[in-house]
Design a protein around this ligand. Sequence first.
Ligand SMILES: *Cc1c(COP(=O)(O)O)cnc(C)c1O
Length: 373
Amino acid sequence: MYKIWLSKPHMSGYENAYVVDALTNNWVSPYGNNITEFENALIEYYGTDGIALTTTGTAAIHLSLILKGISVNDEVIVPTLNFAGCVNPILYQKAKPIFIDSDAENWNINVDLVREIVKEKKAKNSKLKAIIGVDLFGIPCYIDKLREIADEYGLYLIQDAADAIGTKYKGKLAGTTGDLGIVSFNGNKIITTSGGGALICKTREEADKARYYSNQARNNTLNYEHAEVGYNYMMSNILAGIGLGQMSVLSDRLGSRKKIYDRYRTELECSELQFHTDTADQQPNNWLSTLIVNTGESSNATRTKLTSALSESGIESRPFWKPMHLQQAYSSFEYYGSKVAENLFNIGLCLPSSSSLTVDEQTEVIQIIKHSL
Ligand SMILES: *Cc1c(COP(=O)(O)O)cnc(C)c1O
C-alpha cells in the first residue's frame, strides 16, 4: 500500500445524493434517472447527439469495433505505446492490431509512419479497416492528421480518449474527431464512476445500436429474440450517479491537475528531466504528469533510481507503459517503427498526479526526486 498514489479517485460529495436516490428508489439496475441524466450531461459536454454508457472504457472500445463491423483478420492500426485496454478488444474481434511507433515529440502515434504504412497496405489490398488514435496520458495526438489519412483511404477512425477527458486539440475535445470516441471512468482516471466508460457517437441511432449490443443484442420481444451475438456492457444506475456528481467538478479537477503539473515543471525541469512540450494546438488535461529522464547512457538507471526512491517513501510512480509489440500476448503481430516508443518506455516517468494531491505531498515528491538525481 502506498501513502501517495499515482492517480486516485477523488469524490466531491455531490455524488452522494444521486447514489442515495438510486438506492432509496430501488433503481439499482442499468436503468434510471442517473443513467439518463449522465448521458445527457455528456451529450451536452461533447456537443453530440448520442452517448452510450458502458461498464468500462474497454467495453466502449469493443463496441466501437463491433459497430464498425471490424471482424476476423481485419487490420487495425494502433500506437504501440499504449494501454492493453485499447488492444484487447481488437483481439476479442479476432482482428489484428498493427503496432505503430511513437512520434519523438508528441509521444503519441507517429502520423507520418501511419500514412506510409496505410499507403503500403492499401496498395497490397490488405484488410486494413481502421485506425485508433490514442491521447496517451491525456496528451492530444495529432488526430486531425489521422482524420485526413482515414478519409483519404476510406478507413474508420476511432479516438481512444480514455485518459483524455477535457483534453483539447486545436480547440476540439478529445473523443470527438473520430467516427466514434471513447472515454473511461475507471478509478484512476480524471473523473470516475469507480469503473465505467462511454462511447461518444455521432447520432442517437448509433448510440441506440451500441446499447442494443450492450444489452445482449436482445430484440424488443417478450421472449428475447437474438439475431446477433451481444454483450453485457451496460453501466449501472448507481454508478451513473457517481458520474453525475463527478461531472459537476470536472473543471475543478482539470484545474487541480494542471496546477500540479505546472508546479512539478517549475521545480523539476532541468537538462536531466524533460517534460512534454505542448504545441500551441495542444491542450492536455494533465491526467498524469510525465517526464523523460535525460542523463545519457544512465537514463534508464536514473529513472529506476527515482521510482525506487519514491517507492521507499511510500510514493507510487511508474515508468511509461511497456510498448504493446514487446508484450508476450501481442508479440506475433506486425510492428513498424524505430524504437522511439521503446526508448520512451526506458526513460519515461509518471509522477503522482491525483487531483487531491496536497501541496505538502507535492513538495515531498519534488524533494525526493531532487535528492535522488
Ligand atoms: C484506461 C484506458 C483504457 C481502458 O479503460 P477502462 O475503463 O479501464 O477499461 C483504454 N485505453 C487507454 C489508453 C487507457 O488508459
